[in-house]
Write a protein that binds this ligand. Structure first.
Ligand code: ATP
Ligand code: MG
Ligand code: FE
Length: 348
């Protein structure tokens, strides 16, 4: 089937056309970074207005790129949450209107599920697999057991990892979003010069914590007074190294739990915007190799927010015989696993 995907949950207005074989015929991502940059973060009202202004032209552009029209669509899938409600509303209303006008199925896609299934679009990864979801709003280890079957092994007890990158970047005087700029600075830095804590390393379980690391960076910056460019690069490198060490340590515990349940030979998958980070990809790849797992990381443009992953999640759900009602109400909060089992992973 040819599916139109729509993504409007944060600060990217995106539309894509994908078919059942995972061929991406169009993948348009319009970033609102410039609209939000003066404010140092995403402003919900500005985002909602920008989605309203840009979504139609973005969809038109995707159809033109793919050389198809609305009449060629077999279904339309839009992010239905979680995210900023104004943007999700714009995408949802637009998708419903197209579905109604064309008489085709509508799918309300969970944005996290779209990140989670991207590795199946790009690399045809079979279920089950172990997923590290690292994005602007989330940091979770998930056992992906099938479509709609997501078991959370661990999550962050304070900040999401992308949030930690963005806040730390801000402390270092960088713009928004800080992740990519912090990575560029880290490449010029010495990770050994500053001693930063490696959160949760050595603790049992698979949960994460990043607020202490952020505070430690603030103290270093304050102590330096006016950090020079090299100071900033060195702190950035130490921060990135600490995050990688923490993520790898938590993932190692998750690998053990996952292997107990599913045996060996499965994949370790990383997804979400922070999965664009090269140091992190290398560290996780090494862990996978040591653990006898395949390592799968989608290309960077499919790690950060996009609509191809939304279309793909729609395709997977369509295949499973699922469609959504046009009564679907956008969900600002929408966990992947309805009941989060707190005790899982304890004692490992
Ligand atoms: P969520 O998916 O949790 O709803 P989101 O959609 O806002 O949140 P994504 O677009 O998946 O998040 O990821 C954006 C985050 O990824 C930002 O915090 C950004 O700083 C971070 N990020 C992007 N590129 C990199 C990079 N190269 N290194 C580190 N972090 C990065
Ligand atoms: Mg974004
Ligand atoms: Fe996202």
């Amino acid at each position: 089937p040819l599916v139109l995907g729509i993504e409007t949950s944060c600060d990217e207005t995106a539309a894509a056309l994908v078919d059942g074989e995972g061929r991406i015929f169009a993948n348009v991502v319009l970033s609102q970074i410039e609209d939000h940059a003066p404010f140092g973060g995403v402003v919900p009202e500005i985002a909602a207005r920008a989605h309203l202004d840009h979504l139609q032209p973005v969809i038109d552009r995707a159809l033109r790129d793919a050389e198809v029209g609305f009449e060629d669509l077999d279904a339309v899938a839009a992010t239905g949450g979680p995210g900023l409600i104004g943007g999700v509303l714009v995408g949802t209303m637009t998708a419903k209107a197209i579905a109604m006008a064309r008489g085709i199925p509508y799918l309300a896609v969970n944005h996290l599920e779209a990140h989670a299934l991207t590795a199946r679009l790009t690399d045809h990864v079979p279920f089950p697999y172990l997923l590290l979801l690292v994005s602007g709003g989330h940091c979770q280890l998930i056992s992906v057991e099938g479509l709609g079957k997501y078991r959370r092994l661990g999550t962050t007890i304070d900040d999401a990892v992308g949030e930690a990158f963005d806040k730390t970047a801000k402390l270092l005087g960088m713009g928004y979003p800080g992740g990519p700029e912090l990575e560029r600075a880290a490449a010029r830095g010495n990770p050994e010069r500053f001693d930063l804590p490696r959160p949760m390393v050595g603790k049992p379980g698979c949960d994460f914590s990043f607020s202490g690391l952020k505070t430690a960076v603030r103290q270093k910056v304050t102590a330096l007074g006016e950090p020079c460019e090299q100071d900033i690069a060195d702190i950035a490198a130490a921060f990135q190294e600490a995050v990688a060490a923490s993520l790898v340590n938590r993932s190692r515990n998750a690998v053990r739990i996952f292997a107990q349940e599913h045996g060996k030979g499965h994949a370790l998958v990383v997804a979400g915007g922070v999965a664009a980070n090269k140091r992190l990809r290398a560290a996780l790849s090494a862990l996978a190799e040591k653990s006898g797992m395949d390592f799968v990381a989608p290309p960077i443009g499919l790690c950060t927010d996009n609509a191809a992953m939304v279309a793909w999640a729609g395709i997977e759900r369509l295949r499973a015989g699922e469609v959504d009602s046009l009564d679907f109400a956008p969900r600002p909060r929408w966990p992947l696993d309805p009941v989060a089992p707190k005790a899982i992973g304890a004692g490992v």
